[in-house]
Design a protein around this ligand. Structure first.
Ligand code: RIB
Length: 309
């Protein structure tokens, strides 16, 4: 396989504990849920898994992260391997357990997530030197914010030095330095993350707000800003790319699937204007099923949805 078609994901691996609920619990409220499942997750691993499935034989995917020395860590690595992802650069921490996420999903597909990061935070700045050989020859590096921020910043710089296109999903939302954002080629916030990066109060964002928001974000350093608008699709370079109408069962990992599909399309040499409908379609399919990695679509499913428009 052409090394130039490789994608490297630097990020988290979590075991998701998912419970379906009628409504998300309010502070102090106890409610009864049902349908408990353990499903492989973590924003980084979700991106790697979806990229592995979508890229098939044409794009190689390598995961860099850290799990604990436990059964969840083994299971998460196996889930990625099954999707064709190279897990040789996933470290094993002796100090901390594998990350877990507690997730409630309501009847409208909306969720609440609490992450106990565990071993994810053990991926350290000292590990970044060893990333060089994983980055070498690859085309794209994907990042999120569920690992230590100093490690993300250092790995972003290293990926740039190695000539990769860097894509940052700034999730979970947090303010970021200009220095870090200057190492980002493509920034992919949702509405809340965009407002947090701009230091503004989180509010409802409509498609009319998108151009000004994207322009303000691009002043912070990234070359390209793609504003993710949930069911409304996304906005980039002055263009609104509408979403696909589907019945949402669970929106968990929709953003991760979007970034994975974007990276696969760009690694294959597609233009952004073709990559974004592909990413919207992949994300739309993912919300029609429960779970993070369990909801990652196949290439055929995405092509079929795209052909239907
Ligand atoms: O983006 C969804 C992911 O966020 C879940 O899989 C959970 O592990 C948290 O990291």
């Amino acid at each position: 396989m052409d090394a130039q078609r490789a994608i490297v994901v630097v990020g988290s691996l979590n075991m998701d504990f998912v419970v379906s609920v009628e409504h998300l619990p309010a502070p102090g409220e106890t409610i009864l849920g049902h349908g408990f499942q353990m499903i492989p997750g973590g924003k980084g691993a979700n991106q790697a898994c979806a990229a592995g499935k979508l890229g098939g034989r044409s794009v190689a995917v390598r995961m860099i992260g850290c799990v604990g020395q436990d059964v969840f860590g083994d299971h998460l690595k196996a889930s990625l391997s099954a999707a064709g992802v190279d897990v040789n650069a996933v470290h094993v921490s002796r100090a901390n357990a594998t990350g877990v996420a507690l997730i409630w999903v309501d009847g409208h597909g909306q969720n609440s997530i609490v992450v106990a990061s565990g071993a994810n935070m053990d991926l350290a700045v000292q590990d970044v030197d060893a990333m060089r050989k994983v980055f070498r020859g690859a085309r794209i590096a994907l990042f999120q914010l569920e690992t230590a921020l100093a490690t993300v910043a250092s790995a972003l710089r290293r990926a740039k030095e190695e000539g990769l296109t860097t894509i940052l999903d700034p999730a979970p939302a947090q303010p970021l330095s200009i220095e870090l954002l200057r190492c980002v080629d493509i920034l992919t916030p949702n509405e809340g993350e965009a407002l947090t990066l701009l230091g503004r109060p989180v509010a409802r964002v409509t498609i009319e707000d998108a151009p000004a928001l994207a322009e303000a974000l691009s002043q912070l350093g990234p070359r390209t800003v793609i504003l993710k608008l949930g069911e409304s699709g996304c906005f980039a370079e002055g263009v609104h790319y509408p979403g696909f109408a589907v019945k949402a069962i669970d929106t968990t990992a929709a953003g991760d699937t979007f970034n994975a599909a974007l990276a696969v399309a760009l690694a294959e040499g597609k233009k952004l204007s073709d990559a974004l409908p592909f990413a919207n379609a992949a994300a739309a399919i993912s919300v029609t099923r429960l779970g993070a990695q369990a909801s990652a679509p196949s290439r055929d499913e995405v092509e079929t949805l795209l052909a239907a428009i």
